[in-house]
Design a protein around this ligand. Sequence first.
Ligand code: OAD
Length: 251
Amino acid sequence: MKDFIHRAAEDLIRSKNAVALTGAGMSVESGIPPFRGKGGLWERFDPMEYAHIDAFMKNPAKVWDVLIKEMKGIIDNARPNDAHKGLARLEKLGILKTIITQNVDGLHQMAGNTDVVEFHGNFAWQRCMKCNNRCETTKIDIRQTPPRCECGGIYKPECIFFGEMIPPQCLQRSEMAASACDTMLVIGTSAGVQPAASIPLIAKQAGAKVIEINLEKTPLSKEISDYIIPGKAGEVLKTLTIEIDRLLANK
Ligand code: OAD
């Protein structure tokens, strides 16, 4: 791992426009479970039964009671970990320009990153399905589910459910950022859900270096990634930013 850290530190210092694509593995050290693999949410819940828009429309109370309430409890208490802090440091150093995240937890912004594309929406806001009114998730009364707006409509988190489209402006911004970057960090994503999984391919085809940080290999590891730094996102990013600071201090 040490050699890869040094290599990535040098690559990032040379970079003029680095972009990160992040996934659930980024927030595991903040206590938020991933979706797939051991301990993942989809091990306990069938996503088609709880995370598909048709399932929500059919029975919003069930989806609120089982999945959304649990997510609210976890996300309300989560705080940025060393991985989020590391990316905030990279932005401060002028290295990292944009984060494209599949996460809905808002932890990148809480850590201090200012240009974050929320590819799958966010959990911080709810939208009334009848009148389109927005309400902060922290202000919503969930003693009765599904929670309702004053107009009587049902609130739905502003997250993208399966079967929903990625907002075109997010897709466009992500594709533009990916095709303009010279280095892409791909952190804590299984790269199995489209269209997010194609973003590193866009970067690669535009000539960027792709560096993965993950506990495991992914479908990107063999042909898209230049190299993979194995390990926990928080540990890797902490060591990586220390190495970057060291190299910059010795310049
Ligand atoms: P997944 O749960 O599919 O994958 C998590 C990835 O993080 C895996 O590759 C793990 O090996 C890795 N991982 C776990 N812990 C880690 C750690 N501490 N450090 C580094 N890596 C770690 O999550 P995503 O790829 O983000 O979509 O999932 C993509 C989308 O599928 C989600 O945004 C969500 C889900 O269904 C929607 O809800 C629309």
